[in-house]
Ligand binder design. Structure first.
Ligand code: NAP
Length: 309
């Protein structure tokens, strides 16, 4: 029995995944949040396939350990760029560092993300989850866009989530001053906003050779949420984990989207791991998407995007 379109993600999660034997030898791949979970496994898979990696991470010790491990195991070239993605000035600094050093970029994977049970604000005054999951990935992509365009073909992958289905995005209350904060809704709002901008990026990039897609990396055992209060951490550690999969599948899926020849011209889509899927109906409204785009530009201090062709 085929489920209604809004519920097909349940069936899609059980479908066999696509793989590729294509390699990425010498390709320069940026990945944010590579110190654990999904990002770590994606970095590992890319390194195994010959990619040169730029790991954008906030914790120098964890990042050095990953760099050393990947270099020893795979002989990949790995560079660390430090940035805390809750601070927009650090996102800008990371982009500048990369632009100064690399005249060519092949793949950008925006993976760094958080899930918080309580409302907190960043130094810039944004709700933290919205800032890290959406604003930072939006700003980073925009700052690197000209270099990606000049390097075309190039691919951008936004690690999104089925959590976008929770909704929660209220453009009149992005800091949750007017409503009680709920972790799942805050997370849903950030991922919804990111999806809206994926459709707009894809439209702007049409025909440029740069593609952008969003993906859900599976429901996998990672550190996400482990920054929250003790009862949640215990619940995660002793109950939730037993229902989650190994994040190795996330790394494989990201690798497929980044490397598969058949993905070369695919853009503006949402994938459940490697299966193309219809995202939640509340993300389909392009007018609202344009609003999200403009607000995201204003909040991150960006000028409107010039024509890309
Ligand atoms: N796990 C799942 O089931 C699942 C499902 C759907 C979507 N996702 C998405 O997958 C992505 C990766 O999450 P994960 O599950 O792998 O969680 P994770 O193990 O906690 O990894 C998150 C990564 O993001 C980094 N990060 C967090 N806040 C940051 C900040 N302010 N600045 C820079 N880096 C930051 C973390 O760095 P540190 O190591 O320094 O903390 C870590 O490298 C997220 O976008 C998440 O929303 C995960």
């Amino acid at each position: 029995m085929k489920l209604p379109v809004e519920l097909q993600f349940i069936q899609n999660a059980r479908l066999p995944q696509k793989t590729t034997s294509a390699r990425l030898d010498g390709q320069i791949c940026i990945i944010t949040g590579a110190t654990s979970g999904v990002g770590y496994h994606a970095a590992r898979r890319l390194a195994q396939a010959g990619a040169q990696l730029i790991l954008v991470c906030r914790n120098p010790q964890k990042a050095s350990a990953v760099k050393m491990e990947l270099e020893q195991e795979t002989h990949a070239r790995v560079e660390i760029v430090l940035a805390d993605f809750s601070r927009m000035n650090e996102v800008r600094q990371a982009a500048t560092t990369i632009l100064d050093k690399y005249s060519h970029l092949d793949v950008l994977i925006n993976n760094a993300g958080v899930h918080m049970l309580r409302r907190t604000l960043t130094e810039d005054g944004f709700e933290t989850v919205f800032a890290v999951n959406h604003l930072a990935s939006f700003l980073f992509t925009r700052l690197l866009l000209d270099r990606l365009l000049a390097s075309a073909p190039a691919r951008v992958i936004q690690v999104n989530s089925q959590g976008h289905r929770f909704g929660g995005l209220n453009l009149n209350d992005l800091t949750w001053k007017k409503r009680p904060y709920l972790g799942l809704l805050g997370y849903g709002a950030s991922k919804t906003a990111q999806l809206f901008t994926v459709w707009e990026f894809a439209a702007a990039l049409q025909g440029s050779g740069v593609t952008i897609n969003a993906m859900h990396p599976g429901s996998v055992r990672t550190n996400i949420g482990m920054n929250n209060w003790l009862p949640y951490r215990l619940y995660n550690r002793f109950i939730l984990r037993h229902f989650l999969k190994d994040p190795i599948i996330s790394g494989e899926a990201i690798y497929y989207l980044a490397a598969a020849p058949e993905m070369k011209d695919v853009s503006g889509k949402f994938f459940n791991l490697t299966i193309e899927e219809v995202p939640a109906p509340h993300t389909w409204n392009r007018e609202r998407g344009k609003q999200v785009w403009q607000i995201s530009e204003q909040l991150t201090g960006l000028e409107p995007l010039k024509k890309t062709k």
